[in-house]
Design a protein around this ligand. Structure first.
Ligand SMILES: C[S@@+](CC[C@H](N)C(=O)[O-])C[C@H]1O[C@@H](n2cnc3c(N)ncnc32)[C@H](O)[C@@H]1O
Length: 219
């Protein structure tokens, strides 16, 4: 029996509604989950904090708990960079230094994942916390692919297994559902969906994967 025809409406097109992750319409849908995760773990954003490319989340979630902030980027010419380094080898990055590393949307660009996780572990102070987010179901970013290469998509299982190569204390989770995933792939924004639609959890559709990992030792 043939399936009942569906009205695909505005989604029946071969180019995305917004090719920039929904940024042209409002807040990109993955940021709903990234920011929710950081909000829930805001207490971890304290002391000496490292963030990738900017210090937006360090400032927003760490506030007065932050005593020093650093910004990591591959490109030393990027504004505000304090550490220019490749996570794959970590050359030049100090050991046992950061109380928190806010590492959002970066690991998909590093081909040598286990080596990068060894760096993440090495640079954290004893008791330091890694707050990590990576894409699960997502378009490619041409900007990033051209500069450092876009190599990976993740599941909660793959991130947990990967982080456990260096950390004992790991909590990984997936976020999203089929509607949020379709919306994100088409470049809809948070404003196009309701909060209830965004927050409905269906573990078959991990649009975004988050992980909190803690380095052993006293904080
Ligand atoms: C999309 S930004 C991610 C951070 C941003 N704060 C965010 O939340 O989207 C991508 C960053 O990945 C960094 N990156 C790519 N490959 C890297 C590598 N091998 N080692 C360290 N950083 C890398 C680039 O410097 C770039 O700033």
């Amino acid at each position: 029996m043939a399936a009942t025809p569906l009205d695909l409406g505005d989604l029946r097109r071969l180019s995305p509604i917004d090719a920039g992750f929904g940024g042209g319409r409002g807040k990109p849908i993955d940021r709903h989950y990234i920011e929710g995760f950081l909000e829930r773990h805001a207490d971890d954003v304290h002391g000496h904090v490292l963030e990738v490319a900017e210090s937006t989340y360090t400032e927003r979630y760490g506030g007065g708990r932050v005593t020093a902030r650093d910004v990591l980027h591959l490109d030393p010419a990027h504004p505000g960079v304090t550490w220019a380094a490749d996570l794959a080898d970590g050359a030049g990055l100090p050991s046992a230094t950061f109380d928190c590393f806010v590492c959002t949307q970066t690991l998909q660009y590093v081909y040598a994942l286990e080596a990068a996780v060894a760096t993440l572990h090495r640079i954290l102070a004893p008791g330091g916390v890694l707050l990590l987010t990576v894409p699960g179901i997502s378009q490619i970013s041409p900007y990033d692919r051209q500069r450092w290469g876009e190599h990976w998509r993740f599941t909660p299982q793959s991130i947990e297994r990967l982080l456990r190569t260096a950390f004992d204390d790991v909590e990984a989770a997936g976020h999203g559902n089929v509607l949020a995933s379709i919306g994100f792939l088409h470049g809809l924004a948070c404003e196009d969906l309701t909060v209830a639609e965004l927050d409905h959890a269906d573990d078959r559709y991990p649009l975004l994967v988050t992980a909190r990992a803690v380095k052993e030792g006293a904080a």
